[in-house]
Design a protein around this ligand. Structure first.
Ligand code: MG
Length: 255
């Protein structure tokens, strides 16, 4: 009697498994429960789980890229201004994949043309000295003609932005980035290429773009010599003669 009941129950169970699900509860997932995050007052403000990389006060989270010494760019009135004589700066912390918010401003009195007008950049992963890494271009792209895979919102020399929502020099602009770091196999070959999604002033300009490798100024990028793990985020001191850019409100959420 008891055995019959169990067998009947098992058969009934397997019938449910074998045929269509019949209850809404069967497709409800209750765990794991996402962690509670308190959002910022606006989408520009750091949520409660963000690592704040610059809040207007100091460069404690940053070092010089060339020698690891304390970052020497200028901080005043709540903003960082590029100091070209010292070169690139990068975060002390290293990151894999993340969500990044950063704001930048080309000075109102900017001079120069093309790539020599308000050029900086955000290396989404810094993988060495100088410009080694994956550059999201920062440039004055308001009525400033240049090659389109080198304008603001481009993944330099790889991805043309889907639109140009650039504001005039003198106005603050935002990048919100989702960076999916590349994954490498034990033998150094690439398992999963890097992908980047970028919103420029709230407008989608890079849609999960698959990078072909770290940025190259000359030649075709590849992952051949690029094996790396967690990496700093780096800001570029570009060598042109135009007036230096400023940055503010920089935060990141690790994914
Ligand atoms: Mg640049």
């Amino acid at each position: 009697m008891k055995l019959t009941f169990i067998l009947t129950a098992l058969l009934a169970g397997s019938t449910v498994m074998a045929f269509a699900q019949t209850k809404p509860e069967e497709t409800e997932t209750w765990e794991p429960i996402p962690k509670v995050v308190t959002p910022g007052a606006t989408f520009k403000d750091a949520p409660s789980d963000a690592i704040v990389l610059f809040d207007g006060k100091n460069l404690d989270e940053w070092v010089q890229n060339n020698d690891g010494s304390p970052a020497k760019w200028d901080v005043a009135d709540g903003i960082i201004t590029v100091n070209k004589k010292y070169g690139n700066i990068e975060t002390k912390r290293k990151f894999n994949s993340y969500q990044l918010h950063i704001e930048w401003r080309v000075p109102a009195n900017i001079t120069g043309t093309g790539q020599a007008r308000g050029n900086s950049g955000i290396f989404l992963a810094s993988i060495g000295k100088g410009d080694a890494g994956y550059e999201l271009q920062v440039l004055d792209s308001y009525e400033n003609k240049t090659y389109v895979n080198g304008m603001a919102g481009s993944l330099y020399k790889q991805a043309i932005p889907l639109a140009n929502p650039g504001r005039k020099p003198g106005e603050w602009q935002t990048y919100d980035v989702i960076w999916n770091a590349p994954v490498f196999n034990e033998d150094g070959s690439v398992k999963t290429p890097a992908h980047a999604t970028v919103f420029f002033n709230g407008v989608l300009v890079e849609n999960n773009f698959e990078l072909r490798g770290p940025t190259l100024y000359i030649g075709t990028p590849s992952y051949k010599t690029a094996t790396h793990g967690p990496s700093p985020i780096k800001l570029q001191a570009h060598g042109d003669k135009s007036e230096p850019l400023s940055y503010r409100n920089i935060w990141v959420r690790e994914l």
